[in-house]
Design a protein around this ligand. Sequence first.
Ligand code: V47
Length: 379
Amino acid sequence: MGTAPFGPFADPRLDPIAGKVEANGRLSFSDGLLVATTPDLLGVGRIANLVRERLHGDVAYFNVNRHLNPTNVCVASCALCAFAEKYGGARGWTYTVDQAVEVAARDVTETVTELHIVGGLHPKLGVDYYEALFRALKLHFPWVHIKALTMVELDFLAQRSKLSVEEIVGRLTAAGLDSCPGGGAEIFAERVRAQICDHKTSGERWLEIARTVHRLGLRSNCTMLYGHIETPEERVDHLIRLRELQDSTGGFQCFIPLAFHPANTRLDHLAPTTGKLDLQTIALSRLMLDNIPHVKAYWIMLGAKTAQVALHFGADDLDGTVVDERITRAAGGEAGAGMARRELEHLIGEAQRVPVERDTLYRELPTPPEIRRISRTNP
Ligand code: V47
């Protein structure tokens, strides 16, 4: 029999999990494994939704953002990646600072609140390039939050410049860096990293750099790439390692499960993720990460349809308008052109959630009057 208010579960093994969650208890590794592997998708969805509504009620967040990839040139050659190009390769690009500002200026209007900036590990770009880039972007778009550079990129910059991560982060913050995105975490288990990403940052090192970033006062996000060669045990282990770090720093604001896209990668023999795995991973994340406030259903990787349903499986955020996304597009994703604010609001509203625009730090933003007018005339 199920535990009130849930009613019976198709998989009765979920009963004690629901009981623990209702009592605000923490799920163990074996609880997580059950949540990750049960055939009862709707059961885990209902439990995750309880947590999601306890934290955020009916609200679903989105933001108005643009991606900017100053370079795709990368010294690593990760099997999971379709975005990177070797130095000197025909598909490579590297913007000068002026070119990067020009690309951003194409669509950074006053309604854009965030630039999401990541790129390859370029052998010739040092910390001075990123300092100049952030300074120029702040000069042109002073209202925009710069969320830039993964733990892997910070590690690479530190090694390349023979400086500590503290020094790199200090210099970049002085130049305009406001927070860090969550990429590059992939799966922490070394068995998997050895096969899917040969960049040198280990799982341990990724966590160590995140700890440093938080200690220096910056917020960051965290991710998990799933749906390739990892086991459910490795997924749960990844989440527990993030939870442990969050217990200690409190610096993660959002977790984003990233659905692997195999096209154009060296793992293109793998099948794309299924709807069940996508939704179950959202629910698993919400249930295991009891100390990270937000779980993002990144519509670019999930597709808008699954992301909408994920708002009832534990997710409270869809990310944003995401103009000019290139990493997923390179791997066969079809959403690179971005989504209008009105479409995001419609997706959220149709899912019976209340759309709330946020900034990168999850502060609620008032709807600008001109947007209110447009929304009224074009519902
Ligand atoms: O680090 C790379 C992953 C990440 C593929 O912090 C792939 O708010 C799927 O981290 N299929 C970049 N995934 C995206 C990312 C992100 C996205 C949105 C918001 C935030 C945030 C962070 O994408 C990479 C890597 O883990 N990735 N290749 C691929 N073929």
